[in-house]
Each structure stands twice: as C-alpha cells, then as structure tokens.
Design a protein. Structure first.
Length: 58
C-alpha cells in the first residue's frame, strides 16, 4: 500500500522490448493516478521483472 492511498505496480515492456514499471494510485474513485514510471534494475528483479529478487538470491 502506498503512503497516501492503495496502489499497484504494473509491469510491462515497451515496443523496443525494454522493461517498464508504472506505479498507480487508485483512491476509490474512477480516476487512477500515475505515481511514477521507471525502468526496473535487472539486478533487483527476476528475469521477467514481475518479482523482486529476495536477499537469498544473491
């Protein structure tokens, strides 16, 4: 959960096949707000970028 309201992380790939994460807030209304968009660090995420690596994976 985000500091201010419920949120979710959307994972996908661009047309150039670059991973992208979009964090969205949905405060119970029909309006969804984009909090941030970023390119995930491959060292911190599993190969499909849907799951963060655990500290045991190192």
């Amino acid at each position: 959960m985000n500091k201010y309201s419920p949120s979710c992380l959307i994972s996908g790939f661009t047309l150039a096949n670059r991973a992208v994460h979009v964090q969205c807030s949905y405060p119970g209304q029909a309006l969804i707000k984009i909090i941030t968009v970023y390119e995930p660090n491959p060292q911190l995420w599993e190969e499909n970028f849907k799951r963060r690596r655990s500290s045991n994976d190192e």
